[in-house]
Design a protein around this ligand. Structure first.
Ligand code: FE2
Length: 308
């Protein structure tokens, strides 16, 4: 079956590989508290930049937010005189809080996420009883990306791909020859993302991953997380399609859909929820904004008892 979105992304990657001098520069920041890699990607020709999957610091004991991690990104962007066009989220994260609104206030850039975020807002708006003032139409974000949507970063061509499974709204952003794939594949020695959150599906995740793996083998992949792996004592967040196809422990070439679904389902059954899922989801479903302050001026995070 033809897949026009993958075909467009493939052409884009191959054209970039023919013109390696123009390849996007990627600088990554790793947050060891949440095991999250934030990527700053820019066009060397124009210095147009995108910040992908940023982290707001949050101390769950005190309920305090801070921006020491995000400040490092601000410093890097200013030192390198980058022009931030986009603040991209690959999905509504359950393990860290986004710093996108704060980074936008410091550096500019439109906050973009996948259009199916409205499904995630519906689900978690209900779970957290967020009330009617929490609109579930994606309007908290500046832009909602659809599958196959073409956009640009300076002179670089970019394609958005819908890659559901971990959540229903996950996106991968292919910019030049670099693909920012969020929580789909992890490093080859670690495997894949969990698929057991509300609206997640191991079967959908497998199909999204096989779609990604049909990109050219030399496509550079930038991951959202790393947790090290048996025999590896340093964090890593960059690999290639070719390396994943050859060696991903969960989904290398030859692993069938049913075998993957069976493995993923069994594995997910033994995982506990992320430490920061409660604050993360309530903030990230609002595009990184805290819940609306109550009449005393304080914003609160709710914990639904015996629900998740
Ligand atoms: Fe995630």
């Amino acid at each position: 079956m033809p897949d026009p979105a993958i075909a467009a992304a493939t052409r884009q990657v191959l054209d970039m590989l023919d013109n390696p001098a123009g390849r996007p520069c990627v600088h990554s920041f790793f947050d060891e508290k949440t095991f999250t890699a934030t990527h700053v990607v820019h066009d060397p020709a124009t210095r147009a930049a995108a910040i992908i999957d940023s982290v707001m610091d949050y101390d769950p004991a005190s309920g305090r937010t801070s921006y020491a991690s995000a400040q490092k990104i601000v410093d890097y962007v200013r030192e390198n005189r980058l022009d931030v066009i986009w603040q991209l989220e690959t999905h509504a994260h359950a393990d860290h809080l986004s710093a996108a609104p704060w980074l936008k206030s410091q550096l500019g850039g439109q906050i973009g996420i996948g259009a199916d975020i409205v499904q995630v807002q519906q689900t978690f708006g209900t779970i957290f009883n967020a009330g009617t003032h929490f609109t579930r139409d994606g309007s908290q974000f500046d832009h909602l990306f659809t599958d196959g949507e073409q956009f640009s970063l300076g002179t670089l061509r970019a394609t958005a791909l819908h890659v559901p499974g971990h959540t229903p709204a996950d996106m991968a952003f292919v910019i030049g020859d670099a693909a920012f794939i969020g929580d789909t594949l992890f490093m080859p020695d670690y495997g894949t993302a969990r698929a057991d959150f509300p609206g997640g599906s191991a079967r959908m995740l497998y199909r999204s991953i096989r779609r990604l793996l049909s990109l050219p083998p030399a496509t550079r992949l930038f991951l959202c997380h790393d947790y090290k792996a048996p025999g590896r004592d340093s964090y890593a967040w960059e690999t290639t399609i070719g390396a994943e196809r050859a060696a991903n422990v969960h989904v290398h070439d030859g692993i069938s859909e049913d075998a993957f679904v069976d493995m993923r389902t069994k594995r997910d059954a033994g995982l506990s929820l992320p430490n920061l899922i409660m604050p993360s989801v309530q903030v990230n479903m609002r595009a990184g904004h805290l819940p609306e302050a109550e009449e005393n001026g304080v914003s609160y995070i709710k914990i639904p008892i015996n629900t998740l």
